[in-house]
Design a protein around this ligand. Structure first.
Ligand SMILES: Cc1ncc(COP(=O)(O)O)c(C=O)c1O
Length: 394
């Protein structure tokens, strides 16, 4: 009997797991094991030859990890998924699988600093070039795609300036040319945005962020069609080996159950704080996809369910003013990462994007006075009061 498809909130709790297959255990058990025993030598031979389903060794697959992979595949509307030891392990497994020497990657104008670092490394060591594109119209995109473009790599909202890329538009053009579109969906989670539904091909997550939600795991996820996921599983995942630990997979399974509830609150809190910050005399510019005056507001309404919990803003003054402001905060923690219960603030120019050369950083819109706030789950009034008292001191 085919399983009935449920709504997102229900799938976040139940998808990928069958109690009957695990002695009735309500929650997925933790298979904290490196390897699996075979009943006999012939069974080992059959499993290695792919003639019999079953687990072999946890780098090649683990039951707890498989439950997580099956769940994220359902939530992202993909056919299959793989879990990794970090978001960067996921990004590198995908980019290495998709490219070879001489290829070109077309990238959204602004990506996470280490993704930028990885692209530089691919260029210097393996001759895989990249360019950044605004991707803000069909003309720009068609102009920026080269004959050797092997994939299009997108972050939307773009980290940390919160510009958006119209995924449906990019996917339409890329599909016509047979170029796979990869989307880093970390800032949204599948609750707010499902790029595969819009025609994109591969979704990546730093699961460290909203998917985990509790600041206690570093992990990555990749979702796509069976063929691509099978290829990554047999090559860049197996042989480079950046796999997730079963315990981290178990923690993610626990975190995902509350993803919709958390995302609703992150987004609602962020809207309240945006309204406070936008009118503040010491704030220069503010970048928030939920801002009706944001250049990409229409795209936000088209492809995102809510505006998520991230707000970037520049402070009037200098880099030192921005740092002084951070130092006066009491409730809000100074830390990179995002998507946790705690509200976090970071200074991209000297932290997440410090590896990006100043000229590139400016092109990405990362000024020295830019701060990125990851709005947590606290009472929004307490977060606002903390911001207020820090503003009063600068
Ligand atoms: C958008 C985005 N992608 C990828 C990563 C890398 O993820 P991880 O730190 O889990 O390796 C990050 C980390 O901050 C990120 O913000």
């Amino acid at each position: 009997m085919e399983k009935k498809k449920s709504r997102f909130e229900t799938e976040a709790i139940h998808a990928g797991y069958s109690n009957d297959e695990h002695q009735g255990s309500l929650v997925p058990p933790l298979y904290q094991t490196s390897t699996f025993t075979f009943a006999n030598a012939e069974q080992g031979e059959r499993r290695f030859a792919g003639k019999e389903e079953g687990f072999i060794y946890s780098r090649l697959g683990n039951p707890t990890v498989k439950i997580l992979e099956d769940k994220i595949a359902v939530l992202e509307k993909g056919e299959a998924a793989l879990a990794f030891s970090s978001g960067m392990a996921a990004v590198s497994a995908v980019l290495v699988a998709l490219t070879k020497t001489g290829d070109h990657i077309l990238c959204s104008q602004g990506v996470y600093g280490c993704t930028f670092g990885l692209m530089e490394l691919l260029k210097e060591k393996y001759g895989i070039g990249h360019d950044f594109s605004l991707m803000d119209s069909v003309e720009t995109l068609e102009n920026d795609i080269l004959p050797n473009t092997a994939c299009i790599y997108i972050e939307t909202p773009i980290n940390p300036t919160m510009k958006l890329v119209d995924l449906e538009m990019v996917a339409r053009i890329a599909n016509e040319k047979g170029i796979p579109v990869v989307v880093d969906n970390t800032f949204c989670s599948p609750y707010l945005q499902t790029p595969l539904d819009l025609g994109c091909d591969i979704v990546i997550h730093s699961a460290t962020k909203y998917i985990c939600g509790h600041g206690d795991v570093i992990a990555g996820l990749v979702v796509g069609n069976k063929e691509f996921i099978g290829q990554v599983s047999r090559t860049t995942q197996k042989d480079i080996g950046g796999i997730i630990s079963p315990f981290d997979a178990w923690l993610l399974l626990r975190g995902i159950k509350t993803l919709p509830v958390r995302m609703d609150r992150h987004s609602a809190n962020a809207v309240r704080l945006f309204e406070f910050l936008k009118n503040h005399a010491k704030v220069d510019s503010i970048y928030f996809p939920g801002d009706p005056e944001h250049v990409d507001y229409e795209t936000m309404k088209k492809q995102m369910k809510q505006s998520s919990g991230l707000i970037s803003f520049t402070i009037k003054g200098t880099k030192e003013t921005a740092q002084m402001f951070m130092n006066h905060l009491q409730l809000i923690k100074i830390a990179v990462s995002l998507g946790d219960a705690e509200t976090l603030i970071q200074h991209p120019a000297t932290m997440t994007h410090a590896v990006v050369p100043e000229e590139e950083r400016r092109k990405m819109g990362i000024e020295n006075t830019l701060l990125r706030l990851s709005v947590g789950l606290e009472a929004w009034e307490d977060i606002k009061e903390d911001l207020e008292q820090a503003f009063d001191k600068i």
